[in-house]
Every structure is written in C-alpha cells, then in structure tokens.
Design a protein around this ligand. Structure first.
Ligand code: DGJ
Length: 392
C-alpha cells in the first residue's frame, strides 16, 4: 500500500514537472500511433516530416494538414515545432506559408510533401527542400526550395526544379541511345527502365523528383535523394555548397524497384536507407539497404520489420519519412514514419520506433510505449542554455 502511494506521488510529480505533457509521449517517452500533443495540448501537425538539430534544439518540420480529403493538399504550409528532448514540443507556427496568389507555384491547394530542412554553415541559412506538385496525378514531380535565416522561418520560397537538366548520371553509357519504342512495349519496359530510357526521356526537361529527403554527410556535403523515373528509380543528387542547387553529380539507385519515402542515415562509416514500396497512402512492406559509399553500389537488406506478418507487410502501418540520429549516442537512431489517414488527413499519426541492430542490419520492432533509455549510452541532450521562447 505504502509502495503504491509513493508510486502515485512519483507519477504526479512527473506529470507536474512536464506540465501539459504530450499524450503520445507520456512520462518522457513515445507512444507510436497515439495522438501526440504539443506543449499546449494541441495535436502535433507535421506530417511527412523531418528533424533538424541546431544548437541543441530539435526542429520538427512537416506538412500541416487540415480535416478531410482537402487536407491532402497544402492549404496552410509547412509547420515547425521545437524541442529539447524530442518528447515535449513547442509550436513554432507555419515556417513556409502557401500563397494566396493563384499563379504562385505554392498557391493554396498545391501539393507540398515531405519538407526537410538542413543548415548551411557557409551561408548561415536554413535550407528547406520539399516535393512540389499539383493535382491528383502528381504530374509536376518537382523539388522545391525555400530558405530562411532563422530555423523556424519564415521561409522565403525560391522556386522549383527538375534536377540536372541535360546531365547524365554517373557510370552512364552516354553512347547507349535509347529506342523510343521500348518504353511503350510491355515486354521490353523493365529492361528499358533499368537501362535508363526514362533518364533519356527526361534529360532535357530535367529528372522527376517526388518523395524526397536530405542528408548532410560528415564532410558537410549535402544530398537530395528522391523518387524519380515515375517512382521507379531513386536518384541521389549532390547539392551545391550552399545546398540551394544541384552540382550535377548524380546517380541512380535501384532502377525499376519502385522505392518511395527514402530516409538516409550513416553509421560507422556505412550508409543505410529505409524506403517503402509504392501504394499511395496505403502502407506497404518497408525496405532497407546499405552501401560503403553514398554513391553505391547499394545492397538491398530486405524488410527491416520484425513483427507479425501483418506488421511486416505494412511497416507497422506506417511509411518511412526520416531517420533521426540520437545525439550523444553514436550509432543509435529513431525511425520516423507516417500512418496516413487520407480521408481525414489531419488525423494521420506518427510512428516513431528505435532502430535496433541485428548483425549490422537496422531492424524495427513494435514498442507500444518506449523512451530514450532504450539507447544505452548517456549525455544524449547537451544543453545550450538557450530558452525555447527566444527561438520563435
Ligand atoms: C506516397 C508518398 O510517399 C506520399 O508522400 C504521398 O505522395 C502519397 N504517396 C500520395 O498518394
């Protein structure tokens, strides 16, 4: 009885210490799939997101969704939240706002997906890339850029791109002129895609770019990894030194393998990838891959999920969006995924799981509730002493 009373007191104290604490992240941990509240008790609205760690503060950027089907289109913009512990999040408002000007590329009702932000030390600016599109067929397939000198924004829209117009990828046989009929012939289609006929098709206009992610390597080089070639092949583009354009060095990864939702991370000098297959808003079986060099060759490692048949077939009902390195715990990562709810987009949920390692392969297991103590080492959250109120 005595024990119970003190446990209860402890719980009350913990609750008091965290204030209006996050429902999906109660008592300093995470509850994947449950509603996750910000500091003020409002559900976090940052889908298809990514996280930037800058000067001891985490910034979570994601698609702001509204209710219903309309929420699958950008009615508001890119939302940003900040946190010191990854559990309690402060609403930083709309970092990039859609335009009321109908002619704008980012006019209200366009498609803004998977925003990611990286910090460029040379220009001291924050650089956001996202997938820009219009209409249900996602025909634009462009990578779009916005910049800000403050992490939380406001971000200024710069423009959108079809990467590397007129530039062939690394290790490409420029003498292998494509036969225009091969892509039209079902029997020859796969062979043609693998050979790069879609690259040739899109060469002058520039390559497609839909689901995308950003990655900054230890040497400061920035990369944009994106689903291209009608979502059949991933393209890895090296960014220019200011991260605002493409250097022209690029390569194809897994031609004709239909990967979406890429998330790239590095552990002990090796590069890892989580991706999904392509099934619209429906979840599918996740995939993983590894490479010694970011330029490949990439080796497929298979489905990273270690759950029930259904969980493995649906990546625990989620689609990857980002893999977050846990600071102070080298080699430890958090998988971030989305459980989409396209009929009521705002109700999409966040699936965060610790990345576990099995024979040097990243794997995921379901944890209904977990916290950072699953990562065994210490000093995860070095403090800069800055108050979050200074940041918004
Ligand atoms: C899957 C993508 O990963 C999402 O970002 C979104 O584009 C949906 N398809 C749309 O169906």
């Amino acid at each position: 009885m005595k024990f119970h009373r003190s446990l209860f007191t402890l719980m009350l104290l913990a609750f008091a210490a965290t204030g209006t604490f996050a429902a999906a992240a109660g008592r300093g941990g995470f509850r994947p799939g449950e509603l996750w509240m910000d500091e003020k008790g409002v559900p976090i609205n940052a889908h298809g997101g990514g996280i930037l760690l800058h000067e001891g503060v985490y910034y979570w950027f994601g698609e702001h969704k509204i209710e219903g089907d309309a929420g699958n289109y950008a009615q508001v913009g890119v939302h940003v939240y900040s946190s010191r512990d990854l559990v309690h999040w402060r609403d930083g408002g709309i970092a990039l706002t859609v335009s009321d000007e109908p002619k704008s590329e980012i006019a209200k009702g366009c498609i803004i997906e998977r925003p990611k932000v990286i910090y460029n030390a040379k220009t001291k600016t924050f650089v956001m890339w996202f997938h820009l599109d219009k209409g249900r067929n996602y025909g634009m397939a462009r990578a779009a850029l916005a910049v800000s000198d403050k992490a939380t924004g406001p971000y200024k829209y710069v423009g959108s791109f079809r990467p590397t117009q007129g530039v062939l990828p690394l290790s490409f046989d420029s003498g292998a002129a494509p036969d225009p009929d091969r892509l039209k012939d079902r029997k020859q289609f796969s062979e043609a895609v693998v050979a790069g006929d879609i690259v040739w098709r899109d060469l002058e206009r520039g390559q497609m770019s839909r689901d995308l992610t950003l990655f900054v390597d230890d040497d400061g080089k920035g990369y944009l990894l994106t689903s291209a070639e009608d979502n059949l092949t991933l393209h890895l583009h090296e960014l220019t030194d200011d991260y605002r354009g493409f250097s022209g060095k690029w390569t194809r990864i897994f031609p004709n393998a239909s990967n979406e939702a890429p998330a790239l991370f590095k552990r002990a000098g090796k590069y890892y990838l989580f991706t999904s297959g392509t099934s619209g808003w429906f979840p599918n079986a996740g995939r993983s891959a590894m490479a010694d060099s970011i330029w490949g060759p990439w080796t497929a490692l298979g489905n990273p999920c270690r759950g029930t048949e259904r969980e493995n077939a649906t990546t625990f009902e989620s689609q990857s969006t980002y893999v977050l390195p846990v600071p102070g715990r080298p080699g430890e990562f958090i998988y971030m995924g989305d459980r989409w709810r396209p009929k009521n987009a705002i109700d999409g949920r966040y699936i965060w799981l610790p990345v576990e390692w099995e024979n040097n392969r990243p794997v995921l297991r379901w944890h209904a509730e977990w916290d950072l103590s699953v990562f065994t080492r210490h000093n995860a959250f070095p403090s800069t002493g800055k108050d979050l109120t200074d940041l918004h």
